[in-house]
Ligand binder design. Structure first.
Ligand code: SIN
Length: 282
């Protein structure tokens, strides 16, 4: 197995391994190490079936809970991210986020398998939230270390959320409602359970404020952090090919699904790996 990191160290390509079979213990350990070190792993040329993607996911941990998107029939743990060629609704995932960060124990990993890839557009962008944290001044780091952020699914999935108010047809079945309006507090700075590295844990899609602060105060800090996290030097652009599989670490990254492929079908299969409670700075 060969792990080829990006020059920045954020993101890596992994070749010489067959993900359709149970991984050898040494290979699984090496992938886990690479995942913790590089945060986003790309495995080209992995033509997996649905059964094989499920089996691969379970080698990393239990399935995560996917609350607001109807899964594939008979496959409660696989979401099909599908946008038809004639669809005009904005593409799913087109906002910076870490998957399901409004959960008490958000998924540690997301596994995304490219099935039908459009000839243009449709890249997935990743932001390195650990490097962004490390770029802050020591005084601002200390401020952030002590703060608690409030996460909720309400902006996209709530009764008045983006998906509840759509007027154009969408192929994916998205479930909106009051359940999405619950609020979950997490430390604003997350300590990675494997590397011990600190990362900013907040996103424009799911973070709605800072505990104990007014909306304006919270957004003044969050706005600065969102701007910092998405600076070009912290980004990695993944350009898809069919049968590429990505595994990313939701604990220290944000991602953004880029559009730009109107007129072309795009189909991805997504599973998540259950995670742990969010650990803050002690
Ligand atoms: C997502 O999981 O947010 C979507 C990623 C993508 O479709 O590229």
């Amino acid at each position: 197995m060969i792990v080829t990191p990006q020059p920045s160290g954020f993101g890596a390509t992994v070749t010489g391994v067959d993900l359709s079979r149970p991984l050898l213990p040494d290979d699984l350990a090496a992938i886990r190490t690479a995942w913790a070190t590089h945060a986003v792993l790309s495995f080209p040329d992995q033509p997996l079936t649905l059964d094989e993607q499920e089996a691969l996911t379970l080698q990393f941990g239990d399935f995560g809970e996917d609350p607001f998107i109807k899964p594939l029939p008979g496959r409660p743990h696989i979401l099909e991210l599908r946008r038809e060629a004639d669809e005009t609704a904005p593409n799913f995932g087109a906002g910076w986020h870490s998957d399901w960060s409004f959960q008490a124990q958000p998924p540690a990993a997301t596994i995304l398998h490219g099935k039908v890839i459009p000839p243009m557009g449709g890249d997935t962008l990743f932001a390195d939230c650990a490097a962004a944290y490390e770029s802050l001044s020591p005084a601002f780091q200390r401020l952030c270390d002590g703060l608690t952020a409030l996460h909720s699914a309400k902006l996209p999935y709530g009764r008045d959320g983006v998906y509840a108010n759509e007027s154009t047809r969408r192929t994916m079945t998205i479930i909106t409602g009051a359940a999405a309006e619950a609020v979950q507090a997490h430390p604003l700075v997350r300590v990675h359970p494997v590397t011990g590295r600190r990362a900013l844990y907040c996103s424009p899609v799911y973070t709605i404020g800072i505990e104990g602060m007014t909306r304006d105060e919270g957004y003044a800090i969050l706005g600065h952090l969102f701007q910092r996290i998405t600076l070009p030097q912290f980004l990695f652009r993944h350009h898809w090919a069919p049968d590429t599989l990505l595994i990313w670490d939701n604990r220290c990254t944000l991602h953004f699904a880029e559009g730009g492929y109107d007129g072309h079908l795009r189909v991805m299969h997504r599973t998540t790996v259950a995670g742990e409670a969010v650990a803050g700075v002690a």
